[in-house]
Each structure stands twice: as C-alpha cells, then as structure tokens.
Design a binder for this molecule. Structure first.
Ligand code: FES
Length: 157
C-alpha cells in the first residue's frame, strides 16, 4: 500500500504525539494506582508503641514522650498497623486511622504550623479531628475513642 505524502505526514505526527504523551500518561496512571507508602520520604512523625490487651492499646505518655507537649503528634504502631495521635491540649488526645481515605496510603506526616496530617501520595490533608481540609480525599479519617489518665492514653481498638 502506497501512502500519499499527506497521509504519511499525518500518521508520523500522530505517532510522535502518542510517544510524547505516553510517559506523562503512564506517570499519571501510576500515581492514581499508588496505594502504599510505608515510610514516605516526607515522614516526620515520631513513632511510638503501646501495649495491647482486651481490645485496648495503652500508650505511656511520660514527660519525655513525644506526645507529652500539647501541639505534638505521633504515630502509634500496633498489631493491626498504625494510628495517628494528636495532642491539642493538656488532657485531650485525638486518635485517628493513619489510612488515607483516598487510596489507602499510610499517612506519616504532620504540618504543625497548620495542624494538618498530610498524605503525600496525592496531597490530601486532614485536620486533627480527621476532617478533610484538602482533597483528593473526600471522606474523613476514622476516629478511635480514647481516654487519658495517669499518664496513660488508652485507645479502644
Ligand atoms: Fe491519595 Fe492519600 S492515597 S491522597
């Protein structure tokens, strides 16, 4: 089959355009499918641990703990994964799921100036109560009930 110059030119142009778009399209599709970031490069939350028993996770918060000072936040590791904890005032702690509601990346960063947990997979931000402040996530982070007394944070898991 013989191509006219015009048809050859149009086919070549389409092929070149497709080659130019493919890496960008591939990167876009890849970013949409990224669902894990077990320690993102931007991770800045201290990691603590606790003791599990009878459906609770107990975290000791002594004066040297990363969570002792109001305004701080941390990640608590336990057998089922991790939780985000924020300490807004003296006896108040917020405990949230660290699993982003967009595409289930692990959230491991906190912006203390804005008071937002950040998911660096696609940029979602959540306030210390888990509400979405910036998408693409549209649903809040799951919240866990907790109590603080005698330097112990007891989380119902
Ligand atoms: Fe996409 Fe968190 S998984 S913003």
């Amino acid at each position: 089959m013989k191509l006219s110059r015009r048809k050859f030119f149009v086919k070549t142009l389409h092929g070149t355009a497709l080659l130019a778009v493919t890496p960008a399209l591939s990167a876009f599709l890849e970013s949409c499918n990224t669902v894990t970031n077990p320690n993102s490069p931007q991770a800045n939350l201290p990691r603590l641990s606790g003791t599990e028993a009878n459906g609770t996770l107990t975290v000791n918060i002594d004066p040297n703990s990363a969570l002792a000072k109001p305004g701080n936040a941390a990640i608590i590791g336990y057998s089922k994964g991790t939780l985000l904890v924020d300490h807004p005032s003296d006896t108040t702690y917020n405990v949230l799921s660290s699993i982003c509601t967009h595409q289930q990346c692990s959230i491991d960063s906190f912006d203390s100036s804005s008071g937002e947990f950040i998911c660096y997979c696609h940029g979602s931000r959540f306030d210390v109560n888990g509400a979405v402040r910036q998408g693409p996530a549209i649903s809040p982070l799951a919240k866990y009930s907790s109590q603080f007394a005698n330097n112990q944070l007891i989380i119902r898991i």
